[in-house]
Design a protein around this ligand. Structure first.
Ligand code: DON
Length: 305
């Protein structure tokens, strides 16, 4: 089936689903997003891009930004990062603190909040928060070939006001010496990174380097093929927190979710897919987004298994 027809079919089916999960409401600007929204975009390895539904409406990418922050942190310190962050699934919620005590301030992986804060710390070294945020924005704009991508300042501010759990995580990691920059600077940068707003189209374009062995069509070589494979491996095993196994079982692709309802999924050598539906399941991942990706993967035979 042609990609456009497949995506249009899925978007039409998703419009009729009544159990759409629960929109994140820990900050008002996320809680007010219309749960009926659904967008999907697919960029293929041969350079075409296909969209359906609300694919051009920007949404808060939230934890999907952790993929870009990990890429930048690896670019800065290379494999030395792995002495400060693990690469094992946590089996715990995205904002859990329990493993940090037993594991002496070394977060399980870069995609739980604790691990993302360490990546932000690495990325921040030698920069002001403003410069670090500028760098991540330039990075995603380059990947997506689109200079219109911005930080939603209202979301960033609310994240900061409600960021008690992240502040606890950052201080706890700092107490083990695994944050080197001032805690407030790390948190401020992290909240802004989470508040980047992108559409499905922009996100699918930005994800192309992960399906193309580390090369972005517009921005050139981003990472080596080995590093692209490894980032994909961590997305597969850790990208959906305590539902990573379920996502691998159902979709069979590396993927990273965000509490704004977006998911970026990568079919290596084949496609970069972004979906957005704001309603979340119990683990904080987009309910219809997962369902839609399950459909795409099955229809195209793109599961990596
Ligand atoms: O740090 C937080 O808790 C949020 N800004 C992002 C969490 C998130 O996206 C988790 N994903 N499902």
């Amino acid at each position: 089936m042609p990609y456009d027809d497949l995506l249009a079919d899925i978007a039409a089916d998703m419009r009729t689903v009544t159990d759409r999960g629960r929109v994140a409401d820990y900050i008002p600007s996320l809680g007010s997003v219309d749960p009926a929204r659904f967008g999907i975009a697919l960029c293929t390895a041969d350079g075409s891009c296909h969209v359906a539904g609300d694919a051009d409406l920007p949404f808060s990418i939230q934890s999907i930004s952790k993929v870009f922050a990990l890429t930048l942190a690896l670019g800065k310190v290379g494999d030395a990062l792995w002495s400060r962050v693990g690469r094992e699934p946590s089996g715990s919620a995205f904002n859990s603190i329990v493993q940090l005590e037993r594991e002496e301030g070394i977060p399980r992986n870069p995609f739980i909040n604790a691990g993302a804060l360490v990546c932000t710390d690495v990325h921040l070294a030698g920069h002001s928060p403003r410069e670090a945020i500028g760098e991540i924005l330039r990075f995603v704009r380059g990947l997506a070939d689109d200079n219109d991508i911005v930080v939603d300042e209202t979301v960033a501010r609310s994240e900061q006001e409600q960021g008690f759990r992240n502040a606890a995580l950052a201080n706890y990691i700092r107490s083990f010496g695994n944050l080197q920059q001032p805690v407030d600077a790390v948190l401020g940068t992290y909240f802004h990174q989470c508040a980047i707003a992108m559409s499905c189209r922009q996100l699918a374009l930005a994800g192309r380097y992960l399906m193309l062995g580390g090369r972005s069509p517009g921005a050139g070589r981003i990472v080596t093929p080995q590093r692209a494979r490894r980032i994909n491996a961590i997305m597969l095993t850790c990208g959906h927190y305590d539902a990573s196994g379920d996502f691998a079982f159902r979709v069979g692709l590396p993927g990273k979710s965000g509490v704004g309802g977006g998911i970026l999924a990568v079919a290596p050598g084949r496609g970069s897919i972004a979906v957005w539906s704001p309603g979340l399941n119990a683990q904080g991942n987009s309910q219809l987004g997962t369902l839609a990706l399950e459909r795409v993967s099955a229809a195209l035979g793109w599961s990596i298994f």
